[in-house]
Design a binder for this molecule. Structure first.
Ligand code: ATP
Length: 224
């Protein structure tokens, strides 16, 4: 059977989406030979204050940010569900949609990867997708520094030399890391700038800045 190019799956709160997210997805697509990257903004839990901005706004900002990139597409299912989001059910949905043979790659920053053992049903993830970890300033991609439960999975599943061709060879179950241009931007920083009335220009795509201005987002929060 011919190998299929992997499809990237990129979830986040994107509160708001910024250049760190965009470069992560773009560099992952290039470095890992992805056919596409599916962006999946997280839903808004009904009874919780966080994320700061409603799912409909976060979804629209991602839509604006990725416009014109033929490799990127938006998956609105989590944002439109009105519930808290969980990655394992989302991957199961994509697996059902794209078929058992399609390689799927969950894209994570190094901070998110280290936090994986806190995720709902996380050990089931590896039967559904590969995991590709982007380097992020301030966070090590170092097996020895990982929580013990993840360390065992990491050692068993890690692709020697981070060779991306391993991702096309099987539908799921491998772990690798990839370098990306170090960008220390975070949504927390962007929210803090906006809340203080300062400029977030060049940290976000212009269309996202315009959207934030138009809807007066983030200005009245404390930015934490
Ligand atoms: P916050 O500051 O609100 O926690 P964030 O900037 O980390 O937000 P998320 O939406 O939580 O953004 O992140 C989505 C994914 O993008 C995560 O896997 C995260 O690790 C990754 N990511 C975000 N910013 C960067 C960055 N600057 N470099 C590498 N990875 C990043």
């Amino acid at each position: 059977m011919p190998e299929r190019r992997p499809v990237g799956v990129f979830g986040g709160t994107f509160d708001p989406v910024h250049v760190g997210h965009l470069r992560l997805a773009e560099e992952a697509a290039e470095a890992l030979g992805l056919a596409a990257v599916r962006w999946i903004p997280a839903g808004q839990p009904r009874h919780r204050a966080s994320p700061r901005v409603a799912a409909a706004h976060r979804l629209r900002m991602v839509d604006l940010a990725i416009a014109g990139n033929p490799r990127f597409c938006l998956d609105a299912a989590e944002a439109e569900s009105g519930e808290a989001s969980y990655t394992v059910p989302t991957l199961a949905r994509l697996r059902a949609e794209l078929g058992a043979a399609q390689p799927l790659v969950l894209l994570l920053g190094a901070d998110a990867y280290a936090g994986l053992p806190g995720w709902h049903r996380w050990p089931e993830l590896f039967a559904l997708a590969h995991v590709a970890v982007a380097h992020r300033p301030g966070f090590a991609v170092d097996a020895a520094a990982l929580p013990a439960a993840l360390q065992a999975e990491h050692r068993a599943r890690h692709v020697p030399g981070d060779d991306p061709s391993a991702l096309a060879a099987t539908p799921a179950g491998r772990i690798l890391s990839f370098p990306m241009t170090p960008l220390a931007v975070s949504a927390t920083q962007v929210r803090a700038l906006l809340a203080a009335g300062r400029s977030a220009r060049y940290l976000l795509p212009p269309a996202v800045i315009d959207y934030i201005d138009l809807h007066h987002l983030y200005r009245n929060h404390d930015g934490s």
